[in-house]
Design a protein around this ligand. Structure first.
Ligand SMILES: [Zn+2]
Length: 247
């Protein structure tokens, strides 16, 4: 009884080993901070920090003039309309073939039209467009370094009616465009430039332009209705928060 009273007295701390008290405090601090270190974002930290399929190319995030993917196929093996070979990164090219096969099984015949474009080609296209448009950038041709086509993951897709014609947003209303908008995600593609995201992407609606990001990311973007700019901001914030908590 006398011993219990002694421990409960204000002098208790003096009687304890101070180094042991330090250990207790450290342990408590660790417990309080631990939840912040948990990775709660729906896509894994590893995928986000190692995948180069989620690269963002836009006016604010320009690809270097020397950027050329090292795994481009020489020419797509799926249905295409082009007088020159169409290149894409290997994984994206394979995914496009799988997408076209699935479309065909539903009676939808798609054609690849334009894939990888070098910085130099994009630059020529951009300045040609400016020349035709009284030196005004109308957002139709991407600024050099900002094109999705330079990533080797972007592809323009058309139907038979579109062969030899200009791309128009009416493609989005065809059965081909509707099929793509519904199914592309399950093959790792997104509709890169959506109608209601123009203010964020800075590019007009392009229902024909697909961009490979990988199945998990594409489905996540579909489910949360995010464009690549929004997704990039979101995951980069999640990574920064996690890494700051780790220190
Ligand atoms: Zn395109």
């Amino acid at each position: 009884m006398a011993c219990m009273l002694l421990l409960a007295s204000p002098c208790m701390a003096e009687m304890l080993d101070l180094s042991a008290l330090g250990d207790i405090e450290e342990a408590q601090t660790f417990e309080e901070e631990a939840p912040q270190r948990e990775w709660t974002y729906p896509i894994s930290y590893e995928l986000l920090t190692t995948s180069d399929y989620i690269v963002l190319a836009n006016r604010e995030s320009l690809l270097d003039e020397s950027f050329v993917p090292d795994d481009l196929v020489k020419d797509l093996s799926c249905r295409k309309i082009s007088s020159t070979p169409i290149q894409m990164r290997q994984t994206a090219a394979d995914a496009l073939c799988a997408l076209f096969d699935a479309a065909q099984a539903d009676g939808i015949y798609l054609y690849a039209h334009s894939g990888y474009r070098s910085y130099r080609t994009q630059k020529t296209m951009y300045y040609n467009r400016l020349e035709k448009n009284n030196s005004k950038d109308d957002g139709v041709v991407a600024y050099p370094g900002s094109s999705d086509h330079q990533t080797g993951l972007g592809i323009d897709v058309i139907n038979k009616d579109g062969i030899g014609k200009k791309f128009t947003t009416a493609f989005g209303q065809t059965k081909h465009g509707k099929w793509l908008a519904e199914h592309c995600w399950d093959y790792g593609f997104i509709i890169r430039y959506q109608q209601d995201k123009k203010d964020i992407t800075g590019i007009t609606y392009e229902p024909w332009h697909l961009r490979y990001v990988g199945v998990q990311v594409a489905q996540y973007m579909r489910d949360n209705h995010l464009c690549l700019e929004e997704f990039t901001q979101e995951w980069k914030e999640a990574v920064a928060e996690y890494e700051a908590a780790e220190r």
